[in-house]
Design a protein around this ligand. Structure first.
Ligand code: PGA
Length: 331
């Protein structure tokens, strides 16, 4: 046992006995203690006798009608008061964790999911301003390490592992296109054979990235190896490298700004290559054995409902809360 000194108290029913003793000590009466706890007076006596046996010392003595505490009783009662204060403090914290509006949870998202997942979180936090949420951003492999170490409550990722038992909810479509600079020769062509793409200098995400796994899979399916010009650990830097003329790349469409369906990132265009786009999904995931906290469960439910209500994969920013009447904004 962790605390050998506690062995004496390792018995069924000690906590109710302590509560009975506390009531007797405060009221100086078995009858009134019984009334407070809705117990018959003989039950109070039995509970107190059991506690005295556990402690190994008498706890109360009768003087006339009034019950007095012995020295052992006074010692035990002051310990009980301290114990109950500790319980009350813990209960305060636990009840805030039980309440979805004030509880906390940790979400970890893959690097590419940062283009939409913070907005989903924004919608949740607008409705639950007192919930405490933390968000970690890392590539797929690092997320899997965090899953193994049980570091987060919920994950947003696109390429779930086959060897970890996960609860998976489809969140949004994830479509990967080939992107190039607007003056790239493929920009004017239709259905470019993938063999030709394999010869182009390709900008590839770092090892551990889910985007990289999906891209490699597309080439491998055709028995091809891409001509990797450079590994770059950021979708944003890849876009700039394409514009800088360093090559083409395969990226999630969520990384691109769009207006009315067209790529709005200046100088970038979608290239029409055979075998592309690659169609996948973004998932909300958590270990199958995990019982989500009430706050995390509400986040999952509301986020799935919001994603379902969207007609496009683009997640709108939450609308700012209206300023309460009578409040003036200072500039
Ligand atoms: P990543 O994201 O390429 O940023 O790792 C994709 C994924 O979640 O699999």
């Amino acid at each position: 046992m962790r605390h050998a000194v506690m062995r004496r108290y390792f018995k069924h029913g000690v906590l109710p006995q302590l509560m009975v003793f506390d009531a007797v000590a405060r009221h100086g009466s078995f009858t009134r203690a019984g009334e407070e706890l809705y117990l018959a007076q003989p039950t109070v006596s039995v509970q107190l006798k059991k506690l005295a046996d556990t402690v190994g010392l008498p706890l109360v003595e009768q003087a006339g009608k009034r019950i007095h505490l012995t020295e052992a009783g006074r010692e035990l009662h002051s310990a009980i008061e301290e114990l109950f204060r500790v319980f009350a403090r813990a209960e305060e914290k636990l009840s805030s964790l039980r309440d979805p509006d004030t509880g906390r949870f940790r979400v970890a998202i893959s690097t590419t999911a940062k283009y939409f997942a913070p907005r989903l979180l924004g919608h949740f936090c607008q409705e639950h301003p007192n919930a405490q949420v933390s968000m970690h951003v890392d590539n797929r492999e690092r997320l899997l390490e965090r899953m193994a170490a049980n570091q987060d409550d919920v994950y947003v990722l696109s390429y779930p592992p086959a060897d970890i038992a996960l609860t998976l909810h489809k969140l949004l479509p994830n479509r990967l296109h080939v992107y190039g600079r607007s003056d790239h020769p493929f920009a004017r062509r239709k259905r470019v054979p993938i063999e030709e793409l394999a010869k182009q200098p390709l900008l590839m995400r770092e090892l551990g990235s889910g985007t990289r796994l999906m891209t490699q899979g597309a080439f491998e399916k055709h028995g091809l190896r891409p001509n990797v010009r450079m590994e770059i650990g950021s979708d944003e830097a890849i876009k700039q490298a394409i514009i800088g003329g360093l090559g083409v790349s395969v990226l999630s469409e969520h990384t691109l700004r769009r207006t009315h369906g067209d790529v709005a990132d200046e100088g970038l265009v979608e290239l029409d290559v055979e075998g592309f786009p690659l169609d996948g999904w973004w998932y909300l995931a958590y270990p199958a054995a995990r019982k989500l906290s009430p706050t995390a469960q509400v986040f999952v439910d509301q986020t799935l409902a919001l994603a379902q209500s969207l007609s496009t994969p683009a997640v709108p920013a939450p609308t700012p809360a209206p300023v309460a009447a009578g409040r003036t904004a200072r500039v």
